[in-house]
Design a protein around this ligand. Structure first.
Ligand code: PMV
Length: 358
């Protein structure tokens, strides 16, 4: 019991989660599949449970957050469950630092809430299974339930009303497809206009196309798993791109419409199709989440040419290349707070990619 620190990384879905059947428990309408990224897209989180603390406290990127804020309270609902599981009443101090390039504009919730599930349960003296950790992370943000595992991950939608069968499982470790890369093309760092939480709720409520999406998802997931098991990039790539477009189609069909793709995203879509045509087959595949930045999956030998091609597109400001990652890890040093509850001065140094703790 006491202090624990974990790092977890973002995941980028290829069969995407967009729509809940239970808003409070964050249970999805359908399953989803993702690759967990390497530690270029990580969050470090330290958690302390202590009888000396008077109230729960949450520090994000060096700022003390308002615990009365509804969104913050919802995201941290796992803390109370961890206290119950551990049979403790101690208050928690949570210090979390996102180590993403600031220009990247990533929704950092998946890495952050996966790191929180791991660090908070360990700090409370619990030794949970990945299933249990996945369920805790899910309560903060759906996609976070996939970041408690490395490699290629499936979130099973489950059917039970209490959500006890809705968690992520590893389908294949990172070593299964070591050549796979995600070339990220970043063109816009602005805050998104509609949060994924609000956006997907609106889609479920209003989109006439959404039932068609739900009908297509089970076969997509089966086909996608087969393509990854066979390392069949052409198949995987086609499914990935069509799935991204399918999700963005139901977003556009939402009322009022939701549009996360911008002109830069659209130029990237056309450019990737031209690139594949020139290569004589599908060797690169884009996918877009609830934002305009492109994640272009490809294989290692294609990275230099693809990266050059993407960086020359008008409006692309930065590119970065991620491998598939191994999942969360516990740190024995580099805590963001000390055992007496003092928050240590810390920051992410983008140039070196390191966390500086003073
Ligand atoms: O879990 P949230 O609220 O961050 O929603 C994530 C939704 C997508 O990123 C668009 C798709 C996905 O499966 O990650």
């Amino acid at each position: 019991m006491g202090l624990a620190t974990f790092e977890a990384t973002a995941n980028i879905a290829v069969a995407k989660y967009w729509g809940k059947r239970d808003e409070k428990l964050i249970l999805p309408k359908e399953g989803s599949l993702s690759f967990t990224m390497d530690d270029q897209l990580k969050t470090r989180t330290s958690v302390l449970f202590s009888p000396a603390l008077k109230e729960d406290e949450f520090w994000l990127n060096g700022k003390k957050m308002d615990m009365a804020d509804k969104d913050t309270a919802e995201r941290l609902q796992q803390i109370e469950i961890i206290r119950q599981k551990a049979g403790i009443k101690d208050k928690a101090k949570i210090v979390s630092l996102n180590c993403f390039p600031t220009a990247a504009g990533f929704a950092s919730s998946a890495a952050g809430l996966a790191a929180l599930a791991c660090a908070a349960s360990k700090a409370a003296g619990l030794d949970l299974s990945t299933e249990e950790l996945s369920i805790l992370a899910r309560l903060g943000s759906g996609s976070a339930c996939r970041s408690v595992l490395g490699g290629f991950v499936e979130w099973k939608k489950g059917i039970k009303p209490d959500g006890s069968d809705s968690y992520a499982e590893q389908i294949a470790p990172a070593s299964r497809w070591p050549e796979l890369r995600n070339v990220i093309a970043i063109g816009d760092s602005g805050k998104k206009k509609v949060s994924s939480r609000a956006g997907m709720k609106q889609t479920v409520a209003t989109s006439a196309l959404y039932p068609a999406r739900l009908a297509y998802m089970p076969k997509l997931i089966t086909d996608m798993k087969a393509a990854v098991a066979a390392k069949d990039f052409a198949k995987f790539g086609e499914l990935t791109m069509r799935e991204s477009s399918n999700m963005h189609a139901v977003m556009l069909d939402t009322w009022p419409p939701i549009m996360y793709l911008n002109d830069v995203s659209k130029r990237i879509i056309y450019a990737v199709h031209d690139y594949n045509a020139a290569a004589g087959g599908i060797v690169a595949a884009y996918t877009f989440d609830a934002g305009p930045n492109a994640h272009v999956y490809t294989t290692e030998e294609r990275v230099p040419a693809l990266r050059k091609m993407l960086s020359e597109i008008e409006g692309v400001e930065k590119t970065m290349v991620c491998k598939v990652g191994e999942g969360p890890k516990q740190l024995k040093e580099g805590h963001l707070l000390s055992p007496d509850g003092t928050v240590l001065k810390h920051r992410f140094d983008e140039a070196s990619g390191k966390i500086i703790i003073e």
